[in-house]
Design a protein around this ligand. Structure first.
Ligand code: KPL
Length: 296
């Protein structure tokens, strides 16, 4: 099974390794001016380093007739890049291609699902964690938990050969719930770590921080209830603490983006949450304050 990977950042590198380890073939889609035939990434995992060498597919230097069509596509881009990245390969997708979206936030994946009902789509979330240092070395922190749901629901099928991925992927038949669960966690952890410039685990280090986490969690729970979207079977705060603990040594993706002076995913995460609340006439003061602070 040949998967093409769109988004070769820290998480994309970790996913490339997971798919390769499961015995799948992986090519990296890049849009850089680099025309070499391979992409190389250094990955550190549990104290050991390895080099991944992936065949490169560059849509800007390839005519659609020159290459077999893409039959399986994994999208792990930043949410603000998803639409343009997807559009850059849309011509190469085979009819009924399997496409998996694993980006943070909500918005782009639903827009593509609406535009391309001809494709076999999965939306999903992962708490896998990795970061890339300024030298480009990727450090895998945790493989986390990954949940995938066929869009628009109604089936527990996983994408081709993903039953071989370790640790196992959890299938769901509730795509919106899957997306909201991760959105809820990211909306609490990511902006706070970006503002405080701290690792995920440090959010649990003082009473004040834990109280702030608790307030952000209860605001999200209020919104999810108003939207009739069930979240976790336990309080969101419990889940957030567990993820912060499991990824304690990690800088969240939003914290990393601010450290590297890059665009953040605040719009697809906190922006989405605040816009949904506004549409219902709800006020979420904690999230609103984070949104404004990070826009600044
Ligand atoms: O998804 C993440 C992110 O950083 O975007 C978590 C799970 C919070 C791990 O850092």
């Amino acid at each position: 099974m040949h998967w093409h990977l769109l988004g070769l950042g820290a998480l994309g590198t970790l996913w490339a390794d997971r798919l390769l380890t499961a015995g799948l073939q992986v090519s990296a889609i890049t849009r850089s001016a680099d025309i070499s035939t391979q992409v190389e990434r250094r990955l550190h995992w549990q104290g050991e380093g390895k080099t991944l060498q992936l065949p490169r597919f560059n849509p800007e230097h390839t005519a659609p007739t020159q290459t077999p069509l893409i039959t399986h596509l994994l999208v792990v881009t930043k949410s603000y890049d998803t639409l343009s990245a997807f559009d850059s390969v849309a011509t190469w997708l085979s009819p009924e291609a399997e496409v998996v979206f694993l980006h943070n936030g909500i918005g782009p994946q639903l827009e593509i699902a609406q535009r391309r009902p001809d494709l076999n789509l999965w939306v999903g979330t992962t708490t896998a964690a990795a970061y890339r240092d300024p030298e480009g070395e990727v450090y895998g922190i945790s493989l986390g938990e990954t949940e995938l749901a066929r869009w628009p629901g109604g089936s527990l099928a996983l994408p081709a050969s993903w039953d071989k991925v370790v640790p196992p992927i959890t299938p769901s038949d509730q795509p919106l719930r899957v997306l909201w669960k991760k959105l809820a966690i990211n909306a609490v952890i990511n902006p706070m770590t970006a503002l405080l410039q701290c690792r995920n685990g440090e959010l649990l280090s003082t009473d004040t921080r834990r109280q702030q986490l608790q307030q952000l969690c209860s605001e999200i729970e209020k919104l999810a209830q108003a939207l009739d979207i069930p979240l976790f079977s336990e309080p969101l705060y419990t889940c957030v603490c567990r993820v912060a603990q499991a990824t304690a040594g990690n800088y969240s993706s939003m914290c990393m983006d601010t450290r590297l002076n890059q665009t953040t995913e605040i719009e697809a995460i906190t922006g989405y949450v605040c816009r949904q609340a506004q549409a219902l006439g709800l006020v979420l003061p904690g999230h609103q304050a984070l949104w404004e602070a990070l826009q600044r």
